[in-house]
Design a protein around this ligand. Structure first.
Ligand code: UD1
Length: 421
C-alpha cells in the first residue's frame, strides 16, 4: 500500500508553504524505488477570490486540488466548523497515513482537530487507526492570546505527532510547553524554499513597469505597505492614525499598498478613501509620487516577490513577510507590538514598531539612514526544508527508508538535539 499523505491549504499564506511540500513529494516520487507517495491536496476554500487564491496556484505551479471544501468566509467559529465538517468526510474516504497542516489559519486548526478525532480504516485488514498529524511551522509564539492565530498555533501543536520547526525559538517554546523532543524536528522554512525556487522567475514580472516605478532605467525608491490584522484595521480611529503616518512617510517616497479584502472593506465602511490614489482607476496617468498612498489589489506571488525584492522598505503586519524580507535583505518595519518570528529581529532586517504614528515615522527615517549589511540567512533557510520533512515522514513510516546522508540531514538532527535542557 502506498504511503498516503493529505495536505491542507485554505488561506493565502498556506499556498507558498504547501507548494514546497508538493514539490518535494513530486521529486521523491520521480526518484522512488517502489515507495512512491500518494498525495492528496485539499483546499478548504477559506480564501476564495481569484487574487487571494487562484492566482497563487498558477504562479506557484501548484497542482489543482483533489478536493475543494468551499467553506468561504464567516465568523471564526462558523468558518472552523465548516472546515471540520468538510474535512471529516475527506478523512473517512481517503484514510491517509498522515495529514500535513501548515501555519496558523483557521483551516489549520480545524483540520488538525479532525485528524486526531477521526478513526480511519485500513483497506487491507479493516483495522482502525487515527492518522498521524504533521504541523509545519510549529512552535512559533507571539505570546499574545488575543490573536486568533496564536490560539490556532497552540491548539495545533498540542495535538501534533510531528512538529516541524523553522527557527530555534520554536524549539525552545515547544520544550517549555513539555512537548517531547522526539516529536520536534528543526527542518527550516518551507516558505523560503518556495521563495528561493521562484526568485529568478519573479524577475520576469512586469509589475515595476505596471506601477510606473522606473525612473529611466533605474527603479525609483518606493515602500510597500500591507495591513490586514483585525487589531490594526478594525478600529477605524486607530487605522486612520496609522494612515496619517503613512501619508507623512509618503512625502519621502511612494507607498504601494496591495490591500487585503478585509482592509478594503474597512476603507470603504470608515470612509478613509481620501488617503489613497487608486492606481488602476486613477492611473495610468503619470501621478504625483509625493503624495498619498497608491492602492492596488492583492498581488499574485511572483508580482509581489518582484515588488518586495526591489523595495527600499516594507511596512507590514503580516507574519510571512517578516521572513521573506529577511532572506531578501530588505528592511521590514512590522506594525505589531510582538512577533512570533524573533529570528527576524535578531537577524536585523526586521523591527517592531506597533501602531503608534510617531514611532512609525521615526523608525522609517532611521531605517533609511541605516546602512548595515544583513548577515547570512538564519539556519536551514536554505531551500531544503520540505525535502527534510518528506524524508523524516518516510523514515518514520518505514524505518528501512534511507535518509539521504547529505550533511543537511545530520545537521538537522544534531540541531534538534541541541535544545536547552
Ligand atoms: C486569514 C488568517 C490570517 C492570515 C490572512 C492572510 C485566520 C484566523 N486568519 O485572515 O492569519 O494572515 O488570512 O490573508 O485564519 N475575504 C474575501 N475574499 C477572500 C478571503 C477573505 O473577500 O478570498 C474577506 C471576507 O470578507 C472575510 C475577510 O476577508 O470575512 C477575512 O477573511 P478570513 O479568511 O476570515 O481572515 P483573514 O483576515 O483573511
Amino acid at each position: 500500500m502506498a504511503y498516503k499523505i493529505v495536505s491542507v491549504v485554505g488561506a493565502r499564506p498556506n499556498f507558498m508553504k504547501v507548494a514546497a511540500i508538493c514539490e518535494a513529494i513530486k521529486e521523491h516520487n520521480r526518484q522512488s524505488n517502489g515507495d512512491a507517495i500518494e498525495h492528496i491536496l485539499v483546499h478548504t476554500g477559506q480564501h476564495y477570490d481569484a487574487n487571494m487564491s487562484d492566482f497563487f496556484f498558477n504562479d506557484l505551479e501548484l497542482p489543482k486540488p483533489n478536493l475543494f471544501l468551499g467553506v468561504g468566509s464567516g465568523s471564526h467559529s462558523a468558518q472552523t466548523a465548516k472546515v471540520m465538517e468538510g474535512f471529516e468526510n475527506v478523512l473517512l474516504s481517503e484514510n491517509p497515513n498522515v495529514v500535513i497542516v501548515v501555519g496558523d489559519v483557521n483551516s489549520t486548526v480545524g483540520c488538525a482537530l479532525v485528524t486526531k478525532k477521526t478513526r480511519c480504516v485500513n483497506g487491507k485488514d479493516r483495522t482502525e487507526f487515527i492518522p498521524r498529524l504533521a504541523h509545519v511551522e510549529a512552535g512559533l509564539r507571539s505570546f499574545d492570546r488575543t490573536m486568533p492565530e496564536e490560539v490556532n498555533r497552540i491548539v495545533t501543536d498540542s495535538i501534533s505527532d510531528f512538529l516541524f520547526t523553522t527557527e530555534e525559538s520554536a524549539n525552545i517554546n515547544l520544550e517549555h510547553e513539555g512537548v517531547p523532543k522526539s516529536k520536534v524536528h528543526f527542518v527550516g522554512n518551507v516558505m523560503i524554499d518556495t521563495l528561493l525556487r521562484h526568485h529568478s522567475k519573479a524577475k520576469e514580472s512586469t509589475i515595476l513597469n505596471d506601477l510606473q516605478l522606473f525612473e529611466g532605467a533605474e527603479v525609483r525608491p518606493y515602500a510597500i505597505l500591507t495591513l490586514h490584522r483585525p487589531a490594526n484595521v478594525d478600529d477605524s480611529q486607530k487605522f486612520a492614525g496609522m494612515l496619517e503616518s503613512f501619508l507623512e512617510v509618503s512625502q519621502q517616497m511612494p507607498i504601494i499598498f496591495p490591500a487585503h479584502p478585509r482592509t478594503l472593506k474597512q476603507i470603504q465602511e470608515a470612509d478613509l478613501g481620501d488617503y489613497f490614489v487608486d492606481h488602476f482607476l486613477e492611473g495610468p496617468e503619470p501621478w504625483d509620487f509625493r503624495v498619498r498612498i497608491r492602492l492596488v489589489p492583492p498581488l499574485g506571488y511572483l508580482d509581489f516577490l518582484q515588488l518586495m525584492s526591489h523595495a527600499r522598505v516594507v511596512l507590514t503586519d503580516s507574519g510571512g513577510i517578516q521572513e521573506e524580507t529577511t532572506i531578501l535583505g530588505v528592511p521590514c518595519i512590522t506594525l505589531r507590538e510582538n512577533t512570533e518570528r524573533p529570528v527576524t529581529l535578531e537577524h536585523g532586517t526586521n523591527v517592531l514598531v506597533g501602531s503608534d504614528p510617531e514611532r512609525i515615522v521615526k523608525e522609517f527615517s532611521r531605517v533609511l539612514r541605516d546602512t548595515t549589511k544583513p548577515p547570512a540567512p538564519p539556519h536551514f533557510w536554505d531551500g531544503n526544508a520540505a525535502k527534510r520533512i518528506v524524508d523524516i515522514l518516510l523514515q518514520e513510516h518505514s524505518p528501512t527508508h534511507k535518509m539521504e546522508t547529505t550533511p543537511w540531514v545530520d545537521a538537522a538532527i544534531t540541531e534538534s538535539l541541541r535544545l536547552p535542557s
